[in-house]
Ligand binder design. Structure first.
Ligand code: UDX
Length: 415
């Protein structure tokens, strides 16, 4: 059992800490946001994610939530899960990490060597820069990288059952600490240098995005040639080299990872003087794919309804959601759609204040008030809708869930 501190209680920090608490480590969560800490102390998750509230109460005896920076003295292992947004030039904005280092130098009186484990996805070379910052502040700390591979919607499960755990380290000291922390997870642990660990994360995300963009290109070819992408993907998926994951064609990927990470990878390649033909094509294909539904529906007169605002089901997250690009396109053409999402309406409102939409109270409301309906996010409650629920409205299916749709990605118009 180890004592450790998690700095930042977002998706990554909270799920990582809860997973380590499940393995009977003493975990202190530190955040600057008193509101979040109060919620967590009361057993409430600060965001919607399956199983998080239960985990907060189940592992209560191993966790502490605080804003008190004196906790920097309580352990020698820190996981950093604060934002590291990307700057215009492709490098990471390190002001939040820098603030953590300032706090460590201010509050840590304990002079023992500490391990600073960076969870954030950061451009290759960033962890070295963080080590330089540490050194420049005369802190007795060593940086290690431990990228996170969780998916939203299954974040906790993914943190508890990682396919692999990557450690980017500089010394055997760091390797030993990380291996002993994660040994009980039973997942493969792969040790490498800092730069490789940073690149594994970008390479993995870009490869997944590649599969999506590739199958979407095949979907568009299918539509124009009479093939059906569902059959094409099923036929491909039996080849073990290809596999059956991430071959769901649709209106493109969104979310907090794929769009940002593919763009960052392309920029990193350019900064390094290397071509990024494939990554550039992934990005371009997706930018065009998110507009497939708006392009089709604009060919028809009538009021437009939208089912789904989040970038995928199971989350309230609307970051980089295809819905936003579709709505912008509709607004540009003078259309104000009526929209509904079971979880994402609040975040959508906050994030895209300039989008003109009418919020509905449920799917029925959307259907009743529109002539053409776009299915954008495949929530279960939308999957449960039957042909008769849509009355005689035209359905444009962006996620391939309605066989009866008037238009469906990868199949085209109903014969
Ligand atoms: C992703 C990766 O899955 C995860 O490994 C990584 O660590 C972070 O990024 P996440 O962004 O939560 O996780 O969602 P994911 O389920 O991968 O979906 C991303 C987007 O791709 C969604 O918009 C989804 O609708 C789309 N997608 C996914 C497809 O269009 N087709 C697919 O076959 C799979």
């Amino acid at each position: 059992m180890a004592k450790l501190t998690i700095i930042g209680t977002g998706y990554v920090g909270l799920t990582t800490g809860l997973a380590l608490a499940k393995h009977k480590n003493k975990v202190t969560f530190l955040d600057v946001d008193q509101n979040k800490i109060d919620m967590l102390r009361n057993g409430k998750a600060p965001f919607f994610e399956e199983g998080i509230s239960e985990a907060i109460s189940n592992y209560e005896q191993f966790t502490t939530y605080t804003v008190d920076k004196d906790v920097y003295n309580d352990s020698d292992i820190f996981f950093v899960a604060v934002p590291t947004p990307e700057k215009e030039d492709g490098s990471s904005e390190l002001k939040y990490v820098n603030a953590v280092l300032d706090d460590i130098s201010k509050y840590r009186v304990n002079k023992d060597k500490f391990l600073l484990i960076i969870k954030s996805t950061v451009p290759v070379g960033t962890n070295k820069k963080i080590q330089d910052l540490l050194n420049s502040k005369d802190l007795n700390g060593e940086v290690a990288s431990n990228p996170e591979f969780l998916s939203q919607g299954t974040a906790l499960w993914d943190s508890l059952n990682p396919h692999r755990i990557i450690f980017g380290v500089q010394t055997k000291w760091a390797k030993d600490i990380l291996e002993s922390l994660f040994a009980s997870f039973g997942s493969p642990m792969i040790v490498m240098n800092l730069e490789s660990a940073e690149l594994v994360k970008y390479a993995s995300n870009a490869f997944q995005a590649l599969k999506i963009s590739f199958i979407n290109e095949m979907a568009n070819i299918s539509e124009s040639t009479g093939a059906n992408i569902g059959d094409v993907a099923a036929g491909m998926s039996y080849d073990p080299v290809i596999g059956n994951k991430f071959l769901r064609s649709g209106i493109g990927y969104g979310g907090s990872c794929f769009p940002k990470d593919t763009k960052s990878l392309a920029k990193q390649a350019k900064n390094a003087g290397v071509n990024s033909f494939i990554t550039d094509a992934i990005i371009k294909t997706n930018e065009s794919q998110v507009l497939r539904l708006s392009t089709e529906v604009l060919k028809y007169e009538g009021r437009v309804g939208i089912l789904g605002l989040t970038f995928k089901p199971g989350t309230d997250d609307t970051r980089e959601t295809p819905a936003h690009y579709i709505i912008k396109e509709l607004n540009k053409n003078g259309i104000v759609p009526i929209v509904y999402d079971p979880k994402g309406q609040d975040m959508y409102k906050r994030m895209f204040e300039d989008d003109r939409v009418i919020f509905a109270k449920d799917a029925r409301d959307v259907i009743a008030s529109s002539d053409n309906i776009l299915l954008v996010t495949e929530w279960q409650e939308f999957k449960d809708l039957k042909e008769k629920d849509f009355e005689d409205k035209k359905v444009f299916d962006g996620r391939r869930i309605y066989d009866f749709a008037f238009y469906q990605i990868g199949r085209g118009y109903k014969a």
